[in-house]
Ligand binder design. Structure first.
Ligand SMILES: Nc1ncnc2c1ncn2[C@@H]1O[C@H](COP(=O)(O)OP(=O)(O)OP(=O)(O)O)[C@@H](O)[C@H]1O
Ligand SMILES: [Mg+2]
Length: 240
């Protein structure tokens, strides 16, 4: 793993997070008192077997899925805020301003072109509108090798192109926190490397805190920290 200068103060901290799905005999603990610190300028990798709770942890940390217990503390506008103590409206506003999320299933808007998918998050987050939003959207699509696909809606994009649009949508607003659930799963190695370089730049150059879920060991050279989740328990396995 490459050496990188990072601040020791975490910008996002999960403390004692638990999450159980189902009732009665179907009850299943996906997270069992998981704690994790995400630091500014750091790209962290989360690995673990299928069904071990990786997507659940990403959803809880990003403010999408409420934990049964535990806290998610995030630095926002200079103060540490408890994400799950916010009202729904405050959390939605916080997420739009601070967080980029790449869903395992992409979750693109079917009616919007690639360019519009990126423009809309810049507008919603209050970052940019009009020609400035278009310029930033096109610049990000270029970096992802998607310039020729700008005007296509998801139904006309390949799986790997959709995945790259989803990554562009998460990164275009330069968020403080990025959560990416298997962001390279549909990509050939060349495009996978391109995506990892963009994620690494977002961390190292723009001081974002990034957590990537993947099964791909080839991503290891790109990351600063590495976690393993198994049976709801998290372990830190390495730090650059
Ligand atoms: N909405 C849900 N209702 C009930 N059980 C769920 C729900 N979502 C996830 N689970 C269960 O919780 C466990 C953890 O799921 P999760 O999706 O977090 O795993 P994962 O590590 O992301 O797996 P994968 O690598 O296959 O994506 C699994 O056993 C899953 O079946
Ligand atoms: Mg998953």
């Amino acid at each position: 793993m490459p050496a990188v200068v990072t601040s020791t103060t975490p910008t996002l901290r999960g403390v004692g997070l638990t999450k159980t799905y189902g009732d009665g005999s179907a009850r299943r603990a996906a997270l069992k008192a998981v704690s994790i610190d995400l630091r500014p300028g750091e790209l962290a990798l989360l690995m673990g077997p299928s069904g071990s709770g990786k997507s659940t942890l990403l959803a809880v940390l990003s403010g999408l899925l409420e934990p049964d217990s535990g806290q998610v503390l995030a630095e926002d506008e200079g103060e540490l805020r408890d994400v799950w103590a916010m009202t729904g409206k405050q959390r939605e506003d916080y997420r739009l301003r601070t967080t980029g999320f790449v869903f395992q299933g992409y979750n693109l808007f079917p009616a919007l072109t690639a360019r519009q998918q990126l423009e809309i998050v810049l507008k919603w987050g209050g970052y940019a509108g009009g020609s400035e939003a278009r310029r930033r959207a096109d610049e990000m699509l270029d970096k992802l090798g998607l310039a020729p696909n700008r005007h296509k809606k998801p139904a006309y994009l390949s799986g790997g192109e959709k995945q790259r649009v989803a990554i562009g949508r998460a990164l275009v607003k330069d968020p403080s926190f990025v959560f990416a659930d298997e962001p390279t799963s549909a990509l050939d190695w060349e495009n996978g490397q391109r995506v990892m370089e963009l994620l690494r730049d977002a961390a190292h150059d723009r001081r974002a805190s990034i957590l990537v879920v993947s099964h791909d060991h080839r991503l290891m050279p790109y990351v600063d920290a590495y976690y393993h989740l198994e049976d709801g328990h998290l372990e830190e396995r390495g730090r650059g």
